[in-house]
Design a protein. Structure first.
Length: 237
């Protein structure tokens, strides 16, 4: 019976993960057997269920350390960077770019700071304004509900034994065409991809996650270098 459906199976997207392919084979094999098919259906989460897993995972963390890579393509530019991300509740983040020594993004709970050595100024924005921008990175702070933040929320099977949640951030339709969040079955975010309406794309990938890591409070303080002025500006994405 499986062989009779070989052509049908071959027309499936090549990006299906091994797990999703296994579910498909089970469906074909158990066609006509309600109990087995019900088990296969119940194993696949809905978009709402997966979004809740992500919310629950980050809502239960107090701190987090993870390695990241950041890739930007747009406006004729290509930029690839890497570093370490630190997270501590409430509302604190530090992105330290190892590929550009001294480059940091620090969210201290009151302000978000952006600085790269050699710049003539430090960029600063109030944390409340950063939330209003609905930056996709705020999902890592675990103080939001993905289902209520994204319009047209959909779930698909990821390329590497995981899932992808996609949608458009509310209030950002004129800027963002699609936001994709790669997640594991346990609700851990593995990557975030932002596709803007002008064709620009930014992708963050995360690895080596250490939940509830011991992170000193001082890591989330930023002191502007002497002689470098601070300007209030919108954060780069």
């Amino acid at each position: 019976m499986i062989g009779s459906h070989k052509h049908k199976q071959s027309s499936r997207k090549t990006g299906l993960s091994f797990l999703a392919a296994a579910f498909l084979l089970l469906f074909v094999a158990c066609e006509g057997h309600a109990a087995l098919c019900a088990a296969a259906d119940s194993a696949a989460p809905s978009a709402a269920e997966m979004a809740k897993r992500v919310d629950d995972h980050y809502n239960h963390l107090q701190s987090l350390r993870a390695s990241f890579t950041e890739q930007y393509d747009g406006l004729g530019m290509h930029r690839s960077e890497a570093g370490v991300m630190l997270l501590r509740k409430p509302g604190r983040m530090r992105w330290e770019y190892k590929s550009t020594a001294g480059k940091v993004f620090v969210l201290d709970g009151k302000y978000a700071w952006f600085y790269t050595p050699g710049d003539t100024q430090v960029q600063r924005i109030a944390a409340s304004q950063l939330d209003d921008l609905r930056s996709p990175l705020r999902f890592l702070l675990g103080h939001t509900k993905i289902e209520s933040e994204l319009e047209g929320l959909k779930l698909s099977t990821g390329s590497s034994a995981g899932y992808t949640l996609t949608g458009v951030p509310k209030g950002q339709q004129k800027r963002i065409a699609k936001l994709s969040i790669g997640v594991s079955a346990a609700g851990v975010i593995t990557d975030i991809e932002i596709n803007e309406v002008d064709g620009a794309q930014t992708r963050f990938a995360f690895s080596d996650e250490t939940p509830n890591a011991q992170i000193p409070e001082g890591e989330f303080h930023f002191a502007p270098p002497a002689g470098v002025p601070v300007v209030d500006a919108l954060p780069p994405v």
